[in-house]
Design a protein around this ligand. Structure first.
Ligand code: FAD
Length: 648
């Protein structure tokens, strides 16, 4: 890219599944689309996704009776009632079409085999006769927190298969992609987003991209947990961070951070929930299946927040296997057999051999929970448009749409990327058909100058400041050990104070490499303050939320409190403001009343307000928080009472 100013109809920041699926929809409608990515799109984090994507196709015996309403129920319970129920309906309704469409893009799904099949369920081998009519349909496996087998998969390389197919479609449509290019700030006039300032990671040069619509699809912010994450090194949350910098667009539910039960010890590389879905189980150091006692009904396939807590508790009780890197537990997939591992869980087989040097068909796999998914993100309405700034959208893990609430179910994120990509791409295309590019070049060039000044300031700073990598590592330790799986008010207060100190350290940090061009240290330094600010919003949000819901567990407030906390946290923090501003909004219109999830604790503080009176406030309160009008009125897609047929 050259020149200080580039224009396009749609700027998509992020070349993962969500960004590319959105770009395809807008380009297919005839709009000019430009995709930016830190890395070549096929190296986006989506490529690492393993186990599957959820869609109620009902293709096997264990999926019989599945439909979008059952998917809605599972997702909402998984969210611990933190999700927007209308959004969950939209998601579950559109998932089957979006997943089948991937087959047309070329995804080589693992397929059903009619006749006798052998599966492992709750550790026991069973034989199931699959209908011959289903032979060749998309295969489905069991995943955590679901009533039916719903996860469609391509061995254990589902993300890889999906991203390559979607990227081929991007190439086929001739969509322009600029990789090794980073959006470093948003250009806006206080009410409308006009594009982004972009930094070329090869030359260090800055440009403005002005667009009628800007879509942030930058993925999660797992790297604020340092080494304690399954996320790729590029998942530093820059999209959420540049939205936060505006001081106008809020981030939603930042304290809702998911920890995945099974990442390899000590590398943190994930082994998919599909291992447990296909019959693997967890063992402590005494070879005891502790999840059977802890969750007799769902066992290893309770939701991730519940399983992770039981695992940490087992290790705290002294039942972990001690190593110089800390304790771990075991994942046992030996009984599943080499043939299954080398076909349906191929990538797990490879990962165990390549990164641990073990044969998982014969040896136990050492695992422990680490940070995995960011439920929080840029708060958007059901059309994907950000609160407060028209023309700005967010999709995928970068967004808080919000279908995951306080815990995402496994397999729901990949599906979210393609469902929201399609839907938001469509909404963007519709809106662009009637809007013009407002090329306020003065605002754009001022924003470019400000970004250049920030980079120069880093290069010019000398002295005895800390290194940016030391600050990053210190942040990871704080986040994992004080803002982790079990949280207390005392530790969260310490975390807030320590992150504040790191923010001061960041202002005085000094680079070792002063090259303005290809300089990974400078590129990282430019992101570091944003990462610290995101971490602060997570820690402060967690401190303020005096209840436990989904993945946010306060040992000093162990109950879910639907009376006081059935709401979504919003946080705004302009780049020049000293401290974040928190507020709360209703989760959305409620149809399914808050209840027991079917796993985990059944104790909670009940909601006193009636659902009707809660619902009566939603439109006004969300409007006050900056929610923009949507194409369909609020509540239109809520299938009121449909769930009643499935709940006794
Ligand atoms: C190991 C692992 C396994 C997983 N397995 C599953 C699974 O089996 N099923 C499931 O449902 N979910 C799974 N997930 C979650 C799922 O993979 C992700 O949530 C999803 O892929 C995110 O897609 P995305 O498009 O939102 O973001 P990403 O794929 O992370 O893409 C982000 C894009 O943004 C770009 N980018 C970032 N910042 C900038 C910037 N400032 N400027 C320009 N470009 C930028 C990046 O280069 C990249 O192209 C897994 C996650 C992990 C970590």
């Amino acid at each position: 890219m050259s020149g200080r100013l580039v224009t396009t109809d749609v700027l998509v920041v992020g070349g993962g599944l969500a960004g590319e699926r959105c770009a395809i929809e807008a380009a297919a409608a005839g709009h000019e689309v430009l995709i930016l990515s830190l890395v070549p799109p096929r190296r986006s984090h989506s490529c690492a996704a393993q186990g599957g994507m959820q869609a109620s196709l009902a293709n096997c015996v264990k999926a019989e009776g599945d439909n979008p309403t059952v998917h809605y129920l599972d997702t909402l319970r998984g969210s611990d009632w933190g999700a927007d129920q209308e959004v969950v309906n939209i998601f579950a309704d559109e998932a089957p079409v979006a997943v089948r469409e991937l087959a047309h893009f070329g995804v080589p799904w693992s397929r059903m085999r009619g006749g006798k099949n052998h599966y492992f369920i709750k550790g026991e081998e069973v034989e199931i006769d699959e209908a011959l009519d289903n032979d060749g349909l998309i295969g489905q496996r069991d995943f955590g927190g679901t009533a039916k087998w719903r996860a469609c998969y391509a061995a254990a390389g589902t993300g890889h298969a999906a991203l390559y197919a979607v990227d081929s479609e991007v190439v086929r449509l001739g969509i322009t992609v600029h990789d090794r290019t980073e959006a470093v700030s948003l250009i806006h006039d206080g009410g409308r987003c006009l594009g982004a300032v972009v930094r070329c990671l090869r030359t260090g040069g800055h440009f403005a991209v002005m667009a009628k619509a800007t879509v942030i699809a930058t993925g999660g912010y797992g790297r604020i947990y340092g080494q304690y994450t399954s996320n790729a090194v590029i998942n530093e949350g820059t999209g959420a961070s540049i939205a936060l910098d505006t001081g106008i667009v809020p981030l939603g539910n930042m304290e809702a951070v998911q920890f995945h039960p099974t990442t390899l010890m000590p590398s943190g590389i994930l082994v998919t929930e599909g291992c447990r879905g296909d019959g693997g189980y967890l063992l402590d150091k005494n070879m005891n299946r502790f999840m059977v006692d802890a969750e007799p009904e769902k066992q290893e396939l309770a939701s991730r927040d519940v399983v992770s807590r039981h695992m940490v508790q087992a290790m705290r009780d002294g039942n972990g296997v001690d190593t110089p890197y800390g304790p771990h537990l075991w994942l046992d997939i030996r009984h599943i057999g080499e043939e299954h591992l080398r076909t349906k869980l191929l990538e797990v087989w490879d990962i165990c051999r390549d990164f641990l040097g073990i044969n998982p068909a014969e040896e136990l796999v050492p695992v422990r929970p680490t940070q995995h998914y960011s439920m929080g993100g840029i708060r958007v309405n059901k059309d994907g448009e950000a609160y407060g700034l028209s023309g700005l959208y967010a999709v995928g893990e970068a967004a808080c749409w919000d279908m995951h609430g306080f815990n995402r179910l496994g397999g729901n994120s990949l599906t979210e990327t393609i469902v929201t990509g399609r839907l938001v791409g469509r909404r963007v295309a519709e809106k662009l058909a009637v809007s013009e590019l407002r090329a306020d070049t003065g605002v754009a060039l001022d924003a470019v100058a400000a970004a250049e000044k920030r980079a120069t300031a880093w290069l010019d700073r000398d002295g005895k400041g800390r290194s940016v990598y030391e600050i990053r590592d210190a942040l990871g330790e704080i986040m994992m050990y004080k803002v982790g799986i079990f949280r207390t008010g005392e530790e969260l207060e310490e975390a807030v104070a320590e992150i504040r100190t790191l923010l001061v350290d960041c202002n005085n940090a000094v680079l070792r490499c002063k090259d303005p061009g290809v300089n990974p240290e400078l590129a990282f330094a430019l992101r570091l303050k944003g990462m610290l600010r995101l971490a602060m919003t997570v820690a402060m949000g967690a401190l303020a939320r005096t209840e436990s819901r989904g993945a946010h567990f306060r040992t000093d407030y162990p109950l879910r409190n639907d009376d006081e906390w059935l709401n979504r946290t919003l946080v705004r923090w302009g780049a020049d403001e000293d401290a974040p501003r928190f507020s709360y909004e209703p989760v959305g219109m409620i149809d399914l009343p808050p209840g027991h999830r079917g796993y985990g604790s059944d104790e909670r503080i009940a909601m006193q307000q009636s659902i009707d009176s809660y619902n009566a406030t939603v439109l006004e309160e969300q409007g006050r928080e900056g929610r923009l009008e949507t194409v369909e009125a609020m509540g239109t897609r809520l299938k009121r009472g449909a769930w009643q047929a499935y709940v006794q």
